[in-house]
Write a protein that binds this ligand. Structure first.
Ligand SMILES: C[S@@+](CC[C@H](N)C(=O)[O-])C[C@H]1O[C@@H](n2cnc3c(N)ncnc32)[C@H](O)[C@@H]1O
Length: 270
């Protein structure tokens, strides 16, 4: 790929833009994120909060003394977004929550949710996929977890009617610290959750194995920011799953704006 065609993505662990070498998010990355998340500003804040945490971890490891300045990191990764989104009217009640990202519709379709399925979502964010899943359930259930308290609040608010009937259970926490032992799921899924490929997910995949029913399946879905990253994930995730005893299968698609969609599914031979 030529230099000019490189997408404006972060290069880890230095967090400079791969295309223009400016501190990421560079002006073009900010513009792209603003447009992409115009319909769901809360999801953008949740995403940027996760990225901020990853960047602080990386930059601290590279240079622990003095380490990254928290105020500067906050300004660079998060503070820019609010005025931008306000400028384009993203916080207007008509816009907030009205659009459903294509990746989530696609993920739910790809899982072919059946009325009696019991599902677990890891990293539910603001809970849009929970609503889509619940619309398909009759006597099934979904349990959804996220490590971000603000995301969980939004997810609960969005899905009050499903939580009140017990169809959806929404919990704050990571997979490791969620007390789900004793429960068994037909489908476990995660959308745009990086933990399965940026580091070894050995502990998480061991838990997933325990939580899946014998016929159950894991779905790791992504809308990668560019074709390069999509190819990297398509290559890497099946290897990671195989290392932990999963047979895998990869499904791909594109969004209406020609973005890449990828779902790597895994099952365990018992
Ligand atoms: C980029 S957001 C995606 C949210 C949603 N799935 C979507 O596609 O819009 C990633 C979410 O995963 C959550 N997350 C990341 N690692 C996690 C972990 N180990 N356990 C639970 N949640 C996690 C983050 O808090 C964040 O809400």
């Amino acid at each position: 790929m030529s230099f000019a065609a490189r997408p404006h993505e972060p290069q880890r662990p230095i967090w400079l833009c791969r295309a223009c070498a400016r501190p990421w998010p560079c002006p073009i990355a900010r513009a792209r994120l603003t447009i992409e998340y115009a319909a769901d500003p809360v999801a953008l804040h949740v995403y940027l909060g996760t990225v901020l945490q990853d960047a602080i971890d990386d930059l601290y490891r590279l240079n622990p003394q003095p380490g990254p300045d928290p105020a500067a990191m906050y300004a660079r990764f998060l503070a820019w977004a609010r005025p931008r989104l306000r400028m384009i009217g993203a916080y207007s009640p008509v816009v907030v929550g009205s659009a459903i990202p294509e990746r989530l519709r696609w993920a739910v379709q790809t899982m072919d949710v059946a009325p009696g399925d019991h599902l677990l979502e890891i990293g539910c964010g603001t809970g849009v996929a929970i609503s889509l899943v619940c619309d398909r359930l009759v006597d099934g259930t979904i349990t959804a977890i996220d490590r971000s308290a603000s995301a969980i609040r939004q997810a609960e608010q969005r899905n009050l009617r499903y939580v009140s009937t017990g169809r959806a259970v929404i919990r704050l926490g990571t997979l490791e610290d969620s007390d789900l032992d004793g429960e068994r799921f037909d489908k476990i899924f995660a959308v745009n959750v990086n933990l399965f490929w940026v580091r070894s997910p050995a502990r998480e995949l061991a838990i997933v194995k325990r939580l899946l029913k014998p016929t159950g399946r894991l779905y790791l879905c992504y809308e990668p920011p560019g074709a390069d990253r999509a190819a990297e994930l398509a290559q890497r995730l099946p290897v990671v799953l195989a290392e932990h005893g999963f047979d895998s299968n990869t499904v791909t698609s594109t969004t209406t704006r020609s973005g890449s969609l990828l779902c790597v599914t895994g099952s365990v031979e018992r």
